[in-house]
Design a protein around this ligand. Sequence first.
Ligand code: NDP
Ligand code: GDR
Length: 373
Amino acid sequence: MTKRALITGITGQDGSYLAEFLLEKGYEVHGIKRRASSFNTQRIDAIYQDPHDSNPQMFLHYGDLTDTSNLTRILRAVEPDEVYNLGAQSHVAVSFEAPEYTADVDAIGTLRMLEAIRFLGLEKKTRFYQASTSELFGKVAESPQTEATPFHPRSPYGVAKLYAYWITVNYREAYGLYACNGILFNHESPRRGETFVTRKVTRGLANIAQGLEKCLYMGNIDALRDWGHAKDYVRMQWMMLQQEAAEDFVIATGQQHSVRDFITWAAADLGITLEFSGEGVGEVGTVAAIQGDMAPAVSEGDVIVRIDPKYFRPAEVETLLGDASMAKDKLGWVPEISAREMCAEMVADDLATARRHAFLKANGYDLPVSLEN
Ligand code: NDP
Ligand code: GDR
């Protein structure tokens, strides 16, 4: 019997990798996409299947996590074996600007999905995965963090996700629903949204190397994160729904690096030796040496990284480090791609794009490059 999966957030980073993964496993994949004024399916265009083709295995439905009747209708039509609730306003800094919307989508949106499953009587059929987050730990009391570490979220996003975490546990305990939380630490890829720190760095430095931008403006580069690769993490999302009984798992690499380290790596992958000097908002990153031909627009002595307090958050999560021993012991899951390898992959991808833009520009076809970050 072909299994049917429904993914909210299919157009996002994780949704796109998960859809590919499930299609390869032979699933029929349904995804919810939002109406937008321009195309928003770039990450899944490569796996799009024309509904007019014979035997399509992937289907998109218009929907929104703020719209109860719409979610209920989609769930009724699809009757999925597995729901992956990945849809969210997922940007921590933006959640301080739009706290109410973030709560509506990330917290109540999760409740809407769970309640629709119950309302439709699907609680014995449908398994539910909730995209929980290391942001639940926030101001951490212990390190590394495990499934037993107490929560102390530090943003409207973290607080909304805390509600989603507990309502998922509650529906498991109250109604016997197979519902579980993946407490995932930061995971990145060439498909990462352009305004999250890793992608902002790889894209920004690639643009600078090719003369499309002058300087990268950053926030708190002392922040420490446990970065993994999204491909490794979506595999675990699926594994969590294949157990006898639902359980919550921490997913992390167990390695921690600073944002400054990540910037230094990305520069090195462009042949740029970057040296940091100064302190606080006066800290700068200066080009100390250049190798190879990847950064023709950069010269020794150029200051290409500066601090802009605009990117500081009202409350910061300074340090996160996960211990995924439970996932390793119970499911045999271990990450296969290191943060350093992932950085190189992201730089290579962003450099290829920047080179195309620079080539067009040099030949009189000036494509605007979005500098919003
Ligand atoms: P993205 O921001 O890349 O994707 C979010 C997805 O949610 C997009 O498809 C987006 O649609 C969709 N979405 C946003 N608002 C709504 C809404 N109101 N209704 C329906 N869909 C909506 O996130 P990631 O792929 O990186 O993350 C997936 C999930 O995992 C999120 O819930 C995130 O909070 C969580 N998470 C992520 C981690 C990470 O490091 N990446 C770590 C831990 C948890 P559109 O494309 O139209 O914007
Ligand atoms: P995070 O990811 O907040 O951990 O949430 P992000 O990449 O945005 O920030 C990581 C750290 O880098 C610092 N930082 C900057 N961040 C951004 N975006 N832009 C900057 O210019 C900048 N300078 C420094 C931040 O302050 C922070 O400390 C991500 C999201 O994917 C969430 O949805 C997910 O739940 C968590 O990871 C786990």
